[in-house]
Ligand binder design. Structure first.
Ligand SMILES: Nc1ncnc2c1ncn2[C@@H]1O[C@H](COP(=O)(O)OP(=O)(O)OP(=O)(O)O)[C@@H](O)[C@H]1O
Ligand SMILES: [Mg+2]
Length: 199
Protein backbone atom coordinates (compact mmCIF):
# COMPACT_ATOMS: atom_id res chain seq x y z
CA UNK A 1 0.00 0.00 0.00
CA UNK A 2 1.15 3.52 -0.79
CA UNK A 3 -0.12 6.57 1.03
CA UNK A 4 -0.78 10.11 -0.22
CA UNK A 5 -1.79 12.84 2.22
CA UNK A 6 -3.54 15.99 1.02
CA UNK A 7 -3.66 18.99 3.33
CA UNK A 8 -4.88 22.55 2.85
CA UNK A 9 -7.17 25.04 4.56
CA UNK A 10 -10.95 24.52 4.21
CA UNK A 11 -12.21 25.21 0.70
CA UNK A 12 -8.95 24.62 -1.14
CA UNK A 13 -10.38 21.50 -2.82
CA UNK A 14 -8.94 18.58 -0.83
CA UNK A 15 -12.03 16.36 -0.97
CA UNK A 16 -12.66 17.10 -4.65
CA UNK A 17 -9.06 16.29 -5.53
CA UNK A 18 -8.81 13.20 -3.31
CA UNK A 19 -11.90 11.67 -4.94
CA UNK A 20 -10.68 12.35 -8.45
CA UNK A 21 -7.16 11.12 -7.71
CA UNK A 22 -8.59 8.02 -6.10
CA UNK A 23 -10.65 7.23 -9.20
CA UNK A 24 -7.54 7.60 -11.40
CA UNK A 25 -5.39 5.46 -9.11
CA UNK A 26 -8.16 3.06 -8.17
CA UNK A 27 -7.41 3.94 -4.57
CA UNK A 28 -9.27 4.48 -1.37
CA UNK A 29 -9.94 7.76 0.45
CA UNK A 30 -10.02 8.57 4.15
CA UNK A 31 -11.51 11.99 4.85
CA UNK A 32 -10.12 13.07 8.18
CA UNK A 33 -13.15 15.16 9.09
CA UNK A 34 -15.44 12.14 8.78
CA UNK A 35 -12.92 9.82 10.41
CA UNK A 36 -12.75 12.08 13.47
CA UNK A 37 -16.53 12.48 13.66
CA UNK A 38 -17.24 8.76 13.29
CA UNK A 39 -14.79 7.86 16.02
CA UNK A 40 -15.70 10.69 18.29
CA UNK A 41 -12.17 12.08 18.34
CA UNK A 42 -13.42 15.66 18.62
CA UNK A 43 -12.39 16.92 22.02
CA UNK A 44 -14.91 19.67 22.32
CA UNK A 45 -17.26 21.87 20.37
CA UNK A 46 -16.07 25.42 19.80
CA UNK A 47 -19.38 27.29 19.61
CA UNK A 48 -17.80 30.59 18.53
CA UNK A 49 -16.07 28.98 15.59
CA UNK A 50 -18.81 26.39 14.96
CA UNK A 51 -16.23 23.65 14.75
CA UNK A 52 -14.86 20.63 16.63
CA UNK A 53 -11.52 21.02 18.33
CA UNK A 54 -9.69 17.80 17.57
CA UNK A 55 -7.21 16.05 19.82
CA UNK A 56 -4.43 15.59 17.29
CA UNK A 57 -2.61 12.98 19.37
CA UNK A 58 -5.68 10.77 19.57
CA UNK A 59 -6.47 11.35 15.91
CA UNK A 60 -2.95 10.34 14.93
CA UNK A 61 -3.05 7.17 17.03
CA UNK A 62 -6.40 6.14 15.60
CA UNK A 63 -5.26 6.87 12.05
CA UNK A 64 -1.98 5.00 12.43
CA UNK A 65 -3.96 1.96 13.65
CA UNK A 66 -6.30 2.25 10.67
CA UNK A 67 -3.32 2.52 8.29
CA UNK A 68 -1.81 -0.62 9.80
CA UNK A 69 -5.11 -2.46 9.47
CA UNK A 70 -5.55 -1.40 5.83
CA UNK A 71 -1.93 -2.18 4.91
CA UNK A 72 -2.62 -5.88 5.29
CA UNK A 73 -5.66 -5.69 2.94
CA UNK A 74 -4.81 -3.08 0.34
CA UNK A 75 -2.09 -3.17 -2.25
CA UNK A 76 -2.96 0.07 -4.05
CA UNK A 77 -3.18 3.69 -2.95
CA UNK A 78 -4.62 5.13 0.22
CA UNK A 79 -5.39 8.84 0.03
CA UNK A 80 -5.84 10.69 3.31
CA UNK A 81 -7.27 14.18 3.00
CA UNK A 82 -7.94 16.78 5.66
CA UNK A 83 -6.94 20.00 7.27
CA UNK A 84 -4.54 18.43 9.78
CA UNK A 85 -3.40 15.31 7.92
CA UNK A 86 0.17 16.45 8.48
CA UNK A 87 -0.20 14.45 11.74
CA UNK A 88 0.35 11.27 9.72
CA UNK A 89 2.48 12.74 6.93
CA UNK A 90 5.55 10.92 8.26
CA UNK A 91 3.82 7.64 7.38
CA UNK A 92 3.03 8.80 3.81
CA UNK A 93 4.90 8.12 0.58
CA UNK A 94 3.77 11.40 -0.83
CA UNK A 95 2.44 14.64 0.70
CA UNK A 96 0.64 17.58 -0.88
CA UNK A 97 -0.60 20.92 0.40
CA UNK A 98 -3.23 22.66 -1.73
CA UNK A 99 -2.91 26.43 -1.89
CA UNK A 100 -5.43 28.88 -3.27
CA UNK A 101 -5.27 32.60 -3.87
CA UNK A 102 -6.84 34.25 -0.78
CA UNK A 103 -9.27 36.22 -2.93
CA UNK A 104 -10.64 33.05 -4.53
CA UNK A 105 -10.65 31.25 -1.18
CA UNK A 106 -12.68 34.04 0.37
CA UNK A 107 -15.15 33.85 -2.49
CA UNK A 108 -15.54 30.07 -2.12
CA UNK A 109 -15.98 30.21 1.65
CA UNK A 110 -18.57 32.99 1.42
CA UNK A 111 -20.39 30.99 -1.22
CA UNK A 112 -20.51 28.11 1.25
CA UNK A 113 -22.29 30.39 3.68
CA UNK A 114 -19.48 30.65 6.24
CA UNK A 115 -19.81 33.63 8.58
CA UNK A 116 -17.42 36.58 8.45
CA UNK A 117 -15.21 35.40 11.34
CA UNK A 118 -14.85 31.91 9.92
CA UNK A 119 -14.03 33.23 6.45
CA UNK A 120 -11.49 35.64 7.91
CA UNK A 121 -9.83 32.99 10.06
CA UNK A 122 -9.36 30.62 7.13
CA UNK A 123 -8.21 33.30 4.71
CA UNK A 124 -5.64 34.43 7.30
CA UNK A 125 -4.43 30.84 7.62
CA UNK A 126 -3.97 30.66 3.85
CA UNK A 127 -2.18 34.01 3.64
CA UNK A 128 0.25 32.86 6.33
CA UNK A 129 0.70 29.42 4.75
CA UNK A 130 -0.32 27.67 7.96
CA UNK A 131 -0.84 24.21 6.41
CA UNK A 132 2.46 24.47 4.56
CA UNK A 133 4.17 25.44 7.81
CA UNK A 134 2.70 22.45 9.65
CA UNK A 135 3.62 20.07 6.84
CA UNK A 136 7.16 21.41 6.88
CA UNK A 137 7.37 20.93 10.64
CA UNK A 138 6.17 17.35 10.19
CA UNK A 139 8.33 16.14 7.28
CA UNK A 140 10.71 18.87 6.12
CA UNK A 141 10.58 20.12 2.54
CA UNK A 142 9.82 16.85 0.73
CA UNK A 143 6.26 17.67 -0.35
CA UNK A 144 4.37 19.51 -3.07
CA UNK A 145 2.84 22.89 -2.26
CA UNK A 146 0.54 23.41 -5.23
CA UNK A 147 -1.02 26.72 -6.22
CA UNK A 148 -4.38 25.47 -7.49
CA UNK A 149 -5.72 28.93 -8.44
CA UNK A 150 -7.18 28.78 -11.97
CA UNK A 151 -6.55 25.05 -12.27
CA UNK A 152 -9.35 22.53 -12.80
CA UNK A 153 -9.32 19.48 -10.54
CA UNK A 154 -8.31 17.37 -13.57
CA UNK A 155 -5.29 19.62 -14.22
CA UNK A 156 -4.20 19.33 -10.57
CA UNK A 157 -4.55 15.54 -10.75
CA UNK A 158 -2.37 15.53 -13.87
CA UNK A 159 0.34 17.55 -12.09
CA UNK A 160 0.31 15.06 -9.22
CA UNK A 161 0.23 11.94 -11.40
CA UNK A 162 3.18 13.23 -13.44
CA UNK A 163 5.24 13.41 -10.23
CA UNK A 164 3.89 10.15 -8.76
CA UNK A 165 4.74 8.33 -11.98
CA UNK A 166 8.19 9.92 -12.16
CA UNK A 167 7.50 11.81 -15.42
CA UNK A 168 8.45 15.15 -13.86
CA UNK A 169 10.15 16.29 -10.70
CA UNK A 170 8.19 18.07 -7.99
CA UNK A 171 10.62 21.02 -8.03
CA UNK A 172 8.19 23.45 -9.62
CA UNK A 173 5.88 22.94 -6.65
CA UNK A 174 8.46 22.94 -3.88
CA UNK A 175 7.31 24.55 -0.62
CA UNK A 176 8.26 28.22 -0.40
CA UNK A 177 7.25 29.12 -3.95
CA UNK A 178 3.74 30.15 -3.00
CA UNK A 179 3.97 33.25 -0.85
CA UNK A 180 0.82 35.36 -0.81
CA UNK A 181 2.49 37.99 1.35
CA UNK A 182 4.62 38.93 -1.65
CA UNK A 183 1.55 39.50 -3.77
CA UNK A 184 1.05 43.26 -4.04
CA UNK A 185 -2.70 42.69 -4.42
CA UNK A 186 -2.96 41.30 -0.90
CA UNK A 187 -3.37 43.51 2.10
CA UNK A 188 -2.85 41.22 5.09
CA UNK A 189 -4.15 43.88 7.48
CA UNK A 190 -7.52 43.61 5.82
CA UNK A 191 -7.68 40.04 7.14
CA UNK A 192 -6.45 40.61 10.65
CA UNK A 193 -9.44 42.11 12.32
CA UNK A 194 -8.81 45.64 11.15
CA UNK A 195 -11.73 45.70 8.76
CA UNK A 196 -11.38 46.62 5.11
CA UNK A 197 -12.48 44.69 2.09
CA UNK A 198 -9.39 42.51 1.87
CA UNK A 199 -7.46 40.67 -0.77
N1 LIG B 1 -9.79 23.11 -8.73
C1 LIG B 1 -10.96 23.67 -8.44
N2 LIG B 1 -11.44 24.69 -9.19
C2 LIG B 1 -12.64 25.26 -8.90
N3 LIG B 1 -13.42 24.90 -7.88
C3 LIG B 1 -13.01 23.90 -7.10
C4 LIG B 1 -11.75 23.23 -7.33
N4 LIG B 1 -11.60 22.29 -6.37
C5 LIG B 1 -12.69 22.37 -5.59
N5 LIG B 1 -13.53 23.32 -6.02
C6 LIG B 1 -14.81 23.72 -5.40
O1 LIG B 1 -14.48 24.39 -4.19
C7 LIG B 1 -15.35 23.99 -3.14
C8 LIG B 1 -14.54 23.38 -2.01
O2 LIG B 1 -13.98 22.14 -2.44
P1 LIG B 1 -13.78 20.94 -1.43
O3 LIG B 1 -15.01 20.65 -0.68
O4 LIG B 1 -13.16 19.84 -2.21
O5 LIG B 1 -12.70 21.61 -0.44
P2 LIG B 1 -12.05 21.00 0.90
O6 LIG B 1 -10.65 21.45 0.91
O7 LIG B 1 -12.32 19.54 0.96
O8 LIG B 1 -12.86 21.75 2.06
P3 LIG B 1 -13.06 21.25 3.59
O9 LIG B 1 -11.73 21.34 4.27
O10 LIG B 1 -14.00 22.24 4.18
O11 LIG B 1 -13.60 19.86 3.55
C9 LIG B 1 -16.36 23.04 -3.77
O12 LIG B 1 -17.49 23.78 -4.13
C10 LIG B 1 -15.65 22.52 -5.00
O13 LIG B 1 -16.54 22.16 -6.01
MG1 LIG C 1 -13.35 18.39 2.38
Amino acid sequence: MKIVVISGVPGTGKTTLANLLSSKLDGMVISLGEFVRERDLGEEWDADRQTLIVDEGRARNALMKEIERLASDITGWLIIEGLFCDVVADAADFAIVLRLHPRELRRRLRERGYGTAKVQENVQAEILGTCTFHMREAIGTGFMDIDTTNLDPSEIVEIILAVLEGRTSSGRHAPGKVNWLQDPGIDPLAHFGTGGSGA
